[in-house]
Ligand binder design. Structure first.
Ligand code: GLY
Length: 580
């Protein structure tokens, strides 16, 4: 426990950013009559789904199950599941009728500077923001998961960490998907000794399908976290992180860790055709942008926005183009940038944007600028969805940014660190990994949270969660969540069909309409969109949605995207355990 006392002492020093207060409890409103509902879980990886289902069967609630699944993914789904990253959680409780949004996004270290990712030529150098120690933002996952558990958890924290500990200690069989990932990332992982030790065999070759893969360092880290999550920020794990940073020339230090706090924020709540869409506010752009697209499209009938129809798809693409233009200008960390949320989500602004959409052809993105607020007013991520037997919903998206993050593993602690710093705008107008551009709102600054697209979402009807949804996919998260929501809510499609349907994506810049190579929409639709002037570009599959739909009688359907290797399970209402 060398250094532990020093770290604890430093933690006691005042941090510049106080721990935000919890969202005040909403005024009591009449709760809907209790409903016997199925419980369900969908995650991107079977071990995590089974661990979460066991928690629900054991009397845990949706937040307990989500926390357990997220910790399990940190062992079994290393490309995105994490201790060294961050994320967002949106919850809904039908009993209290309260929605909550928890921000455990990474922050820029205090020593970060605005131009730190520019090369000698003054242009962004993605090697710096994507690979190695400088790419790492202060991890938020452990603090976030423990904050969620402290506020809502029913089962003991330790019991939620145990499945992850056992899987790390006893090992898991390497699946074909995991073997493929190890092979693709072997060269980069080999650059860092602790990453090579954690993810490659002793001879440096990647583990193959069927090998038993154990993670003893990670197991020890998890055991410490099980005893007290603050170990990650002020204890032995913090010491190991700081040592790793020093070894690799990183700037994240002991103060960054001890001062990190998760923040409860007011969720985005957008009424939509008799439902309410609840999602994540800034520093994610996810909920705002999904809400803005819905607001623009609400001006047409559901039949007019069918995504399988050229006119409907065109309307959606044009709405997305405008929303992403606004994203580039107006969205950033709300603690450091005034985000004009009310204006962006107002019906009046949606109508203004809608009026500029022409039905006779695409508006080239060069002709679309971010809107100007009137002066007078002020790949890789993972998502999991959970519903418990009381109808409580937890929608959680977490990430280390691109697959295997910075590729840096903390020596002796066995977990990967994120490369989330690339989500900042290294230079105004210069695209990041996802081709997204941004400006002042999302410039690098000490302690600032980088803008995200993550959109953990819950759609409510009559006070009950009817759809719990989210996905990885960087900039495509927003359009993937929107497409599943509109297919279920507007078109009445089954959740299976809505998730499996081909996806289209436009994000203003680059001015391209992306469609999936493996799941191309009907050729006639693509031809019609090309005729309207959209520049089509095939790309690999978009998203890995994990979602749950619940009908009015409490029957749940859970779906893990056929694009991924996840698993969904439902637990019938009759199997509800006696409350502990
Ligand atoms: N790292 C991707 C996102 O947060 O949008």
């Amino acid at each position: 426990m060398r250094g532990h006392a020093t770290l604890a002492l430093l933690a006691a020093l005042a941090c510049s950013r106080p721990e935000p207060a919890a969202v005040p409890a909403a005024a009591a409103v009449s709760a809907p009559a209790p409903l016997r509902t199925d419980a369900a879980v969908a995650t991107a990886e079977p071990f995590a789904t089974h661990a979460a289902a066991d928690v629900l069967a054991d009397g845990g609630n949706a937040v307990d199950a989500a926390v357990c699944a997220a910790l399990t993914l940190a062992v079994t789904y290393p490309s995105a599941g994490n201790l060294g990253g961050g994320g967002f959680l949106v919850t809904w409780d039908p009993g209290t009728r309260e929605a909550h949004a928890l921000d455990f996004r990474e922050t820029a270290p205090a020593a970060a500077t605005r131009d730190m990712y520019l090369g000698p030529d003054g242009n962004p150098d993605p090697e710096k923001s994507l690979e190695g120690h400088l790419a790492v933002g202060v991890p938020g996952s452990v603090r976030g998961l423990s904050a969620a558990h402290r506020k809502f958890g029913r089962l003991p924290w330790k019991s939620l960490v145990l499945p992850a500990i056992h899987l790390a200690e006893e090992g898991i069989p390497v699946s074909a998907g995991l073997a493929g990932e190890f092979k693709r990332h072997a060269e980069k992982l080999a650059r860092y000794p602790a990453s090579a030790a954690a993810f490659l065999k002793a001879d440096g070759s990647p583990h193959g399908k069927g090998d038993s893969w154990k993670q003893p360092d990670l197991a020890r880290t998890l055991r410490r976290i099980a005893e007290g999550p603050s170990d990650f920020y002020t204890g032995e794990t913090a010491r190991l992180i700081v040592e790793e940073m020093k070894r690799g020339g990183g700037i994240l230090d002991v103060h960054d860790l001890s001062c990190y706090s998760a923040a409860w924020r007011d969720p985005i709540r957008v009424p939509y055709r008799g439902r309410e869409v609840v999602s994540m506010p800034p520093p994610s752009s996810g909920g705002v942008c999904v809400g803005m697209i819905l607001r623009v499209l609400e001006g047409w009938t559901p039949a007019e926005i069918r995504l399988d129809d050229p006119a409907g798809a065109h309307r959606y693409v044009e709405a997305a183009r405008r929303v992403y233009a606004d994203r580039s200008q107006h969205l950033g960390d709300p603690d450091q940038w005034r985000v004009p949320l009310a204006w962006l989500l107002s019906p009046a602004y949606a109508a203004e944007r809608r009026a500029t959409i022409r039905m006779d052809g695409a508006t080239g993105s060069r002709n679309v600028a971010p809107g100007a607020e009137p002066r007078r007013e002020g790949v890789h991520t993972t998502h999991l969805s959970v519903l418990d037997f009381d109808g409580r919903a937890a929608s959680l998206t977490t990430t280390i940014n691109s697959g295997y993050g910075s590729h840096v593993t903390v020596g002796g602690a066995g977990f990967l660190l994120n490369n989330e710093m690339d989500d900042f705008s290294a230079k105004p107008g210069a695209p990041n990994l996802y081709g997204l551009v941004g400006g002042e709102a999302n410039a690098v600054a000490p302690g600032k949270r980088m803008l995200s697209s993550m959109a953990p979402t819950v759609v409510l009807e009559d006070g009950r969660a009817r759809l719990v949804v989210g996905t990885p996919g960087g900039s495509t998260i927003i359009t993937s969540v929107f497409q599943v929501v509109t297919r279920v809510v507007d078109q009445g499609e089954s959740l299976e069909a809505a998730v499996a349907a081909p996806r289209l994506h436009h994000q203003w810049l680059p001015d391209k309409l992306f469609h999936e190579k493996g799941r191309a929409p009907p050729p006639a639709l693509l031809e019609a969109l090309a005729k309207l002037g959209h520049t089509l570009e095939p790309r690999p599959e978009i998203g890995d949605v994990c979602a749950i739909a619940v009908d009015g009688a409490g029957r749940a359907t859970a779906v893990a995207d056929p694009r991924g290797r996840g698993l969904a399970r439902t637990l019938p209402a009759w199997s509800r355990p006696e409350t502990k």
